[in-house]
Design a protein around this ligand. Structure first.
Ligand SMILES: Cc1cc2nc3c(=O)[nH]c(=O)nc-3n(C[C@H](O)[C@H](O)[C@H](O)COP(=O)(O)O)c2cc1C
Length: 335
């Protein structure tokens, strides 16, 4: 335990950028908007966050930048994540990302969704390493902040190409690589294969961040121990639990484990989340909040029923009423 703390309490250098924390909040499409990131930031003062992935083609064609690129000046350090297969568009989008305040620019080379891969973006770049190299090279030329890559271990079990691919990204100028230890074919199924992340760490000089199946402080420690990666990135473990990154950050800084948040704290956070989405996005925010609220509702009697009810809310008051009632029941009848 102490070894972990001593090694991971020290800052991490990503090219010219120095981070105080080695825990990362991953980009999550439909999740890591400004409202969610604010909740994470309350508990994780130093961790790097990411926007949801943004299409460089869309940035090229639209007059106004998409709202998902918006950054609060107080939320540094933050990276903007781009996806595309056009090096010229990626370069242009990278410049705009930096103007928006991105501390680093990340290129998505891991998204498994057909809509993205069919157009040559996301994980399909694992099969087009020459294009992936061009994306990195052009982005590096275009901006003076570090360019990073987030990818998977390969296309499928027959094509686990990450060792060669990661080296190519480093040689092309990437300043850090995050590896989700699954293949594209796995989607989000099965376990993340951290052993591949360890193998990459052995052959790269740039920082390697481990991603996949980090759901607790314990799993973060286990992953760091097994992979010897330079940091960890949390993803689905933060859905309905925006405290996770902060809990891991705190442990790596102090060697002490914070008590996990109880149901009441989680439901209070759900209320903040709902209000924040309403204030930031209006009615669309309420509809988006439904899924978030359902993620907060686990681990207590009546959670499944409450989840169903939360999927019908139209106003903030509807959500507050349901959540307050649930909290009342939990307080009066803890088990
Ligand atoms: C809802 C959802 C949205 C995601 N959106 C993105 C994204 O925009 N960019 C990205 O690089 N990865 C995205 N991912 C992948 C995660 O960042 C992460 O790599 C993956 O979930 C593995 O980590 P986990 O096993 O801890 O969840 C997404 C995953 C989920 C579940």
């Amino acid at each position: 335990m102490n070894n972990i703390k001593n090694k991971f309490a020290i800052p991490l250098k990503i090219g010219s950028v120095e981070l105080k924390s080695r825990v990362f909040q991953s980009p999550l499409s439909g999740v890591t908007d400004l409202v969610f990131r604010r909740l994470v930031r309350r508990y994780a003062p130093h961790s790097m966050m990411y926007t949801e992935m943004v299409s460089a083609t869309e940035i090229h064609h639209l007059k106004e930048l998409p709202k998902i690129m918006e950054i609060d000046p107080n939320e540094q350090p933050i990276s903007i994540q781009l996806f595309d297969c056009r090096p010229d568009f990626i370069a242009e989008a990278a410049q705009k990302a930096v103007t928006e305040g991105a501390k680093t620019v990340d290129i998505n080379m891991g998204c498994p969704v057909n809509k993205i891969t069919k157009k040559g973006g996301g994980s399909s770049l694992l099969r087009q390493p020459e294009i992936a190299e061009q994306l990195v090279k052009e982005a590096v030329k275009a901006v003076d902040v570090p360019v990073t890559v987030k990818t998977r271990i390969g296309w499928d079990d027959a094509e686990i190409t990450i060792l060669d691919f990661a080296k190519r990204m480093e040689d092309a100028g990437a300043s850090m690589i995050t590896i989700h230890g699954r293949t594209r074919a796995q989607g989000y199924n099965g376990s993340a294969r951290w052993e591949w992340i360890k193998k990459v760490k052995e052959v790269l000089d740039i920082p390697v961040i481990a991603n996949g199946d980090i759901f607790s402080v314990e799993s973060a420690i286990e992953c760091l121990t097994q992979t010897e990666a330079d940091g960890v990135m949390c993803s689905r473990g933060t859905l309905g639990y925006p405290f996770l990154v902060g809990e891991i950050e705190y442990f790596l800084q102090t060697g002490k484990k914070l008590q996990g948040q109880d149901v009441i704290a989680r439901l209070e956070c759900a209320k903040k989340h709902l209000k924040g989405l309403w204030e930031y996005k209006g009615q669309r925010g309420i509809y988006q909040a439904r899924k978030h609220l359902s993620w907060y509702c686990t681990g207590f009697a009546g959670a499944a029923e409450l989840r169903d009810q939360l999927f019908t809310i139209i106003t903030v008051d509807d959500g507050y009423k349901l959540l307050d009632e649930a909290m009342g029941k939990i307080i009066n009848c803890p088990d």
